[in-house]
Write a protein that binds this ligand. Structure first.
Ligand SMILES: [Zn+2]
Length: 326
C-alpha cells in the first residue's frame, strides 16, 4: 500500500546565536595572539601574518571557525531529556560501528533508565511498530536544514522502546520536542545484563519518499548521492571548523551517520552529560572517551555556554568512566 506523503511546514524555531568563541588553531598556521586561556578569548579576526611591502606584517583573511559554525545554525533539539552518554556493558559496546556478531553496530546506544521519555529532535512525520530484534520502534522523518543539504531528509530510528506514543499503524505529524514513547528493553535488548538504552540510528536520504520508505534493515548497506552531499557539508560546515572527530572509527557507514556526530552538529540544545544513578552507572561511557573537538567540550555540547574550550576540561571525578573490563 502506498503511503500518503503529507508535506508539513517545518516549525519555525528561533534562530540561535552560537556562543562558541573558538580560537582553536587547526591549520598549524601562526595564530594572532589572544587572551590567556582562562578567560574567554574575544572574537578577533583570524589570519596569518604576511610580510608586506615594507616588511611589516599584515593580516590576510583566513577562515574563521566561529563564523563557519554560526553559519551552520542549529535548528534541532536532542532526543532525550537527559544525557547519560553511551552504553557499554559486558554484552556489547554501544558505539557507532562497534563490533557485533552480525558485523557492525549500525546505530548508537544512548544509555537511559527504563521509562525515560524519548522525543523528536525535529518536526516531520512519524510512525511506529514492533519487530523481533528492534522490539518496539519509532521511525521519524524530517527535512535536514538547508545548511547540511537542501532537499535532503533524515530517517531517525529509535529501538527497544517500552511504550510507543505516536504513529501506531499510520503516519502522524510530529513536532520538535514531541514525546514519542519511552525507553524500554524490548527486542534483543531484554537480557538483564544489557543496560537500558535507546538504539538510535540516523540515515540520510535524498527525498522524503525515500526516507519514509527506509526500513533501517542491517542487511541494507547501500549508499546514495544525497548522503555523500550531506557528509561533505557536515565536514565543511561543522567537523572541520570545530575539529570535531571520533577518536576511533568513522563518522559514516555508507548512508548511515554516526548519530552523535550528526546530532551535535544539528543542535545546540543537548542536555549536559551526567552519570546515571544505580545499575546503569556501571555501563556509562562519557562522550569524551569516544569523541574529541578542539572548539567545544563534547560532553556539554556545542552550544553550552561553557562548552567553548580549546581542550577538553577535566571532568569531575564522579564523571570518570568505570573500568570497562569484562
Ligand atoms: Zn544498538
Amino acid at each position: 500500500m502506498r503511503r500518503t506523503i503529507r508535506r508539513l511546514a517545518l516549525a519555525s524555531l528561533p534562530a540561535v546565536v552560537l556562543a562558541c568563541a573558538s580560537s582553536a588553531a587547526s591549520g598549524g598556521a601562526p595564530v594572532v595572539p589572544t587572551a590567556p586561556a582562562e578567560t574567554p578569548a574575544p572574537r578577533t579576526p583570524r589570519g596569518r601574518p604576511e610580510l608586506g611591502v615594507g616588511g611589516a606584517p599584515r593580516l590576510l583573511a583566513a577562515p574563521d571557525p566561529a563564523a563557519a559554525l554560526a553559519k551552520l545554525g542549529s535548528p534541532w533539539g536532542y532526543v532525550l531529556p537527559v544525557d547519560h552518554g553511551i552504553r557499554a556493558d559486558t554484552l556489547g559496546k554501544g558505539l557507532f560501528r562497534a563490533p557485533r556478531s552480525h558485523g557492525e553496530h549500525n546505530g548508537l546506544d544512548l544509555l537511559a533508565p527504563v521509562g525515560t521519555a524519548v522525543v523528536a529532535p525535529c518536526a516531520g512525520q512519524a510512525h511506529s511498530g514492533k519487530t523481533a530484534g528492534f522490539g518496539q520502534w519509532v521511525h521519524v522523518v524530517c527535512a535536514l536544514p538547508a545548511t547540511l543539504g537542501e532537499g535532503l531528509y533524515a530517517s531517525l530510528f529509535y529501538a527497544h522502546l517500552g511504550a510507543i506514543g505516536i504513529g501506531v499503524g499510520r503516519l502522524a505529524p510530529v513536532q520538535a520536542g514531541q514525546r514519542l514513547g519511552t525507553v524500554g528493553k524490548t527486542g534483543n535488548a531484554a537480557a538483564p545484563q544489557i543496560a537500558a538504552h535507546v538504539h538510535f540510528e540516523l540515515i540520510v536520504q535524498p527525498s522524503e519518499a525515500a526516507a519514509l520508505a527506509e526500513t533501517h534493515s542491517g542487511r541494507d548497506q547501500s549508499n546514495n548521492p544525497g548522503a555523500d552531499r550531506f557528509f561533505a557539508l557536515l565536514g565543511e560546515r561543522c567537523l572541520d571548523p570545530s575539529g570535531f572527530h571520533p577518536r576511533a572509527g568513522a563518522i559514516r557507514r555508507e548512508r548511515r551517520a554516526d548519530p552523535f556526530v550528526a546530532l551535535s552538529c544539528l543542535t545546540l540544545a543537548k542536555p549536559p552529560l551526567t552519570r546515571p544513578a544505580g545499575a546503569l552507572a556501571e555501563a556509562f561511557v562519557p562522550w569524551s572517551d569516544a569523541y574529541g573537538a578542539s572548539a567545544f567540550d563534547v560532553n556539554l555540547g556545542r552550544g553550552h555556554p561553557l562548552a567553548a574550550t580549546l581542550a577538553q576540561p577535566a571532568l569531575p571525578k564522579a564523571w570518570r568512566p568505570p573500568a570497562l573490563g569484562g
